[in-house]
Design a binder for this molecule. Sequence first.
Ligand code: F6P
Length: 319
Amino acid sequence: MKRIGVLTGGGDAAGMNAAVRAAVRTIWEHEGEAIGIRRGWQGLAEGDADVMQRGSVSGILHQGGTILRTFRYPEFATPEGDEPVRKALGALKLDGLVVIGGDGSFRGAAKLEEEFGLPVVGVPATIDNDIPGTDHSIGYDTALNIAVDAVDKIKDTASSHGRIFVIEVMGRNYGLLAAQCAMATGAEETLVPELDYSVDEICHGIETAYDQGKYHALIIVAEGAGRASQITYEINSRLNRPVRMVVLGHIQRGGAPTAFDRILATRIAHYATDLLFEGKHGVAVGIVANKFKTSSLRKRSSASKDVVLKNWELAQLLG
Ligand code: F6P
């Protein structure tokens, strides 16, 4: 019987539980033993793991967060992190590992595969959707929908009071969440880390829009493009109009996953776990144009700037 570990790493993302459930049940389908690693990479380094009992993944498909918990453990990227992990792996006696997480987790997974000889497969889960090799990462759709719902609500207040709102969304250094949120809410301006911007031009655009009869302005700022507080301050000092700011922050990470994320997580985690049992590993699994795709855990390109720019252009054109 094979002992396969399941780990969630990096920031939690809605749908991680659906991925854990699918991986664990697929392991059982292959008559393997599923080992749940608690608290991500930190838990792995401490050997904090247990056999997943029957029933342990029941009723979690719709839950946000991760029942396995997660922890940021940058030490694993350094040689100091090696020893505890080597010791824990010796005790855990795993035959393989399913890593559910973002790019940082994939780097950890590549290290396990190459330097520790453990067969690993990666399942992309992060609200940032900045993982090459898949159209969507698990958690992105939920985060986007949460952001859109929040901006819709803010828009009611903005247009009732004639206010300018600067709304900061997450996404680390990738602007897709901001650009698609802007497109879906009809925001007037979008600031993404991929492009420079000028506050003077933004202010000019807002004034022109108000002159033409608009009675609100929504400015979506990707967290990697700048701080909402600073941009709000700068607009405030240039325009004689009421400006407010909202930082959506971690509200975008939690809550029940959308049906899209549940299905995505289930499909990818099942496929990835199957691959481990077929003896294929060292890869991250994604879905591109509705087809499964594998890419190397190690040789990873960077997230597509072009995708962000196309979405940004359309949001700006019609906003
Ligand atoms: O990677 C997911 C993410 O939510 C980013 O969008 C954000 O920059 C970061 O994690 C926040 O991390 P933490 O929860 O550790 O503050």
